[in-house]
Design a protein around this ligand. Structure first.
Ligand code: AMP
Length: 115
């Protein structure tokens, strides 16, 4: 039978290796394999929500938790000058993995607009 799990579900299930920096009962965080900044982390809820558009009202606390983990990991990575958090959503947002994830980018001066 076809394996319909997303890549990030396979990382959560430990079937694909990743450089994991944080894990708790609600999410996992690991280093992006193609980093766009000296620190580039992905924070992924264990719940397999495809995109931001699939969030339900009851997911509000979970999303808040992802941001609190982002803040904690940014401190651990010593991103004292600041950093950026991003949810890419859908085609125009250039989302490539359809399992919700929060990017944390830092360690260099970022530019705006993002392009
Ligand atoms: P997005 O384009 O917002 O869906 O982000 C997906 C991210 O996953 C990209 O930044 C990729 O570089 C990253 N990525 C793809 N495969 C892996 C992997 N095996 N381990 C860690 N990060 C990955």
């Amino acid at each position: 039978m076809a394996d319909e799990r997303t890549l990030f579900q396979k990382i959560i299930d430990r079937d694909v290796p990743a450089d994991i920096v944080h894990e708790d009962e609600r999410c996992i965080a690991f280093r992006d394999i193609n980093p766009q900044a000296p620190t580039h982390l992905l924070i992924v809820p264990r719940k397999p929500i495809p995109t931001l558009n699939d969030l339900e009202p009851e997911d509000g606390e979970l999303v808040g938790h992802l941001f609190l983990v982002a803040k904690q990991l940014a401190a651990e990575e010593e991103l004292t000058e600041g950093y950026r958090t991003v949810f890419n959503c859908g085609d125009h947002g250039q989302q490539s993995v359809y399992h919700l994830h929060l990017h944390v980018l830092g360690g260099r001066q970022l530019s705006w607009p993002p392009g």
